[in-house]
Ligand binder design. Sequence first.
Ligand SMILES: *Cc1c(COP(=O)(O)O)cnc(C)c1O
Length: 472
Amino acid sequence: MAATYRQQYLRLLPAVEKVLHGKPLLEIRKTVPRTIVLEAVQEVIAEKRSLIQKAVSEAELQGMDVSSEKLGQEALKKIKQKTDPCLKPVLNATGVLLHTNLGRAPLASAAIEAITCVGKNYCNLELSLESGKRSSRYEHVEQLLCRLTGAESALVVNNNAGAVFLALNSLSSGKEAIVSRGELVEIGGSFRLPEVMAGSGTALVEVGTTNKCFLKDYRKAITDNTALLLKVHTSNYKIVGFTAAVPLSSLVKLAKEHNIAVMEDLGSGMLIDLSKYGLPYEPRVQDSVASGADIITFSGDKMLGGPQAGIIVGKKPYIDLIKKNQLLRALRIDKLTLAGLEATLRLYLDEEKARREIPILRMLTASGDPAARAEAIVAELKEKLGTAFRVGIAREKARVGGGSLPLALLNSCQVFLEPENMNSGSIAEKLRQADPPVLARVRKNRILFDMRTLREEEDEILLKALLQVLTP
Ligand SMILES: *Cc1c(COP(=O)(O)O)cnc(C)c1O
């Protein structure tokens, strides 16, 4: 039997029509389809009804506002959630340059323009404008990639995991590939080299130990069924201490003796020498090509700074084999990505231009100190927030992230916030749900906003979002 207090509250619930036509929903009804508005109102009323029915004492319901005004406001929030874009820009104040969860590399303006332009119009994706005949989508970037890397031939697919899978499937399906035990990587939880190899039909032959592997280990493992030697760049970890790995050039020599191929998965795929900018040396694609690898794979959206893509460069007979693989169609790159990738690669024709205009390279090689920007934000926050927070400048390091240069620490500075009476975790959560969402680092009771991953024009947006969340 329902208690009378519950019945009383249930009777107070307004009718759907009343909430629907109330003031809070007046504006949004003009633009949002009726079914969505109606659904939101029905959900809000159903939630309240359920709360009332579950209440075990009258006290629990005391002060509950079930006016049509209040329900309208709650419905409005729901409608916004239902209609706002789900995928949206965020401010990356984490100090991690390549954050896979945050979409890795932001694109250069040239790439964005190319994507917009090709997206808006028809394009010559698979048509030769010269002959009027059908052509291949892969041709648009092949010459450019060959020129930049020194390779004979090139191909691009959906992502690097796909590139590795497709190359293995084309070159070593039904056969064996030899890999050093210390190079069996896992990237971001879902790319595990042994599993990708198994999926491609390649039998994995592990050689060496976790920390040491010698040429003789590879040599001993070669059989009649060996198709290739696979070298994997340990992109997101380092083995330090007593270590030994075989250089690519030695593997190439050994492979030639046995008439088998050498493939290298570079992961990130740099085209410029970072040591010039005081960063640790990261193998460049050109170096692997020059060492004689037959196939090299790398990502478009890691340190290269372009859109998500898997790039395969190497010797023509091997690339031709991959081009003929039926599975290429399942991993093919789309025209928008291709447009963005081509524009990004074109910037590399002039290294200084690439460094200036590709956001990842700009952030990576930035030499100026962003302290002045941080100080301006701190001054503004001090004035607006009063004494509820301690505000200042911290000097922690930024990181490259995205499975690249795991040990590199980049000089940076952060605005920090230390709440007097609040939990920093709960503030970070509110900031994550702000408009636009702000992603920051939390250190004990401090929230840190790293300037290295924020563009100058984002400072103002950050400040606004902070004040929106932190001021009552
Ligand atoms: C990142 C990475 C991959 C996977 O590349 P995606 O672009 O994530 O598909 C494969 N191998 C190595 C060594 C990597 O670093």
